[in-house]
Design a protein around this ligand. Sequence first.
Ligand SMILES: C[S@@+](CC[C@H](N)C(=O)[O-])C[C@H]1O[C@@H](n2cnc3c(N)ncnc32)[C@H](O)[C@@H]1O
Length: 342
Amino acid sequence: MKKVIAAMVPEDSAYSVIPELVSRGIADRTAKISRKGGYKLVPIVDERVEEARERFQLCETMAHSIERMKPQERIILGLAHLPDSVRAVLPSKWEFVGDVAVIRLPEACEDYKEDIGKVYAGVLGVKTVCADVSGISGEFRRPSTEIIYGTEPESVRLENGILYDFDVTRVMFASGNTDERMRMRSTDCSGETVVDMFAGIGYFTLPIAKFSGARKVFACEKNPESYGFLLKNIRLNGVVGKVIPMLGDNRSIPGSRFADRILMGYVQTTASFLPKAISMIRPGGIIHYHDTFPAGEQEQRINEIFSESCDGFEVLGIREVKSFAPSVSHYVADVRISDRFA
Ligand SMILES: C[S@@+](CC[C@H](N)C(=O)[O-])C[C@H]1O[C@@H](n2cnc3c(N)ncnc32)[C@H](O)[C@@H]1O
C-alpha cells in the first residue's frame, strides 16, 4: 500500500472520465482505484495533482500497487469504468491457446466486449482474445466463439508434449478432457493398430501416436476444417507415416477385425456407431467408449449398450471424464471385446 492523492470521480461519470484520465497520463497507472461513498478514488500522478484539483475534489488515501495485484484484480481495475453489474460478471477464468486467450462472456458484457477484449489482452499478454458465447453444437461440434480483440484466432497449444494447432473460432477443444488425453498418452499400445473414429484435430490420435508405442493410428474425421488441422498437427508432431488420416464418415472405413484398439471420443450418439466399431475390432481388442449418462447409471447403461451389439465383452473400467450437465457426466468405458459376436 502507498499513500496517494486521489481524484473523487462520481460513479455515474466514471465510465467516461476514468479512461480519459488514464489516456492523458493524469491517473497513476501503478496504483489501484478504490471506491468510497458514491465515488471512485482515482490515484493521480504527483506532477498532475494541480491540474486534477481544477476539476475534481481530491482526497488522501492508501492504494495497493498494481504490480502486486492478481490478473483478475488488474482486469477489474482496467475496466473500472464499466457499470458494476458488468464488472461483477467478468470472467475470472480463461484458456490459453498459444497467443490466444478464450473467455466465456456472459450476455451482460455484450455491449462492452471491445473494451473487455483489450484489457484482457493487456493483462494476460496475448495478441488475440476470443469470447465463447454458447459452447459447441452440431455433428461437427462447431464452437460459437468470436474474436473480441486482435485478428488472429489460430495458434498452437502445447499440452503434455503435444502441439495442437487450431483456430478457436472454427474447431472445438475440450480443455476438460486433458486427463483423458494424458491417459491415452501413457497407455501401452506397443505394436498395436489403433482406430480413432472421431479424430477431430488429433485430440487423442496425437498422444497415442507420439507416446504409446502404437504401430499405426487410423484417424478418421468427417469435418473438412478439423481434418485440415489434423493434417497440420500430424506434421507438427512428427508422426507422418504412423498416423493415417482419413477424411469422411467413420462408417465407411474399410476392413473388418483389424484394430487392436478403437477410440470412440464422441458423446450422446456414440451408441449408433458401436456396431461399426465392433465390426472393426479384433477378438481381444479394446474399445474406449465415450458417452454421457446420469451419474450412477453409467455401469448399467454401458452393459446394456454393449449387450445390444455383441455377446462377449468385459468392462475393464469406467471413469468420469468431466461433468456434462447437472447430475450428468461424460464417462469413458474401457471394454474388451472377446471373439463372440452377436
Ligand atoms: C467431439 S469431437 C472430438 C472430441 C475429442 N475426442 C475430445 O474429447 O476432445 C468429435 C469429432 O468427431 C467428428 N465426427 C462426428 N461424426 C463423425 C463421423 N460420423 N465420422 C467421423 N468423424 C465424425 C466431428 O466432426 C468432431 O470433430
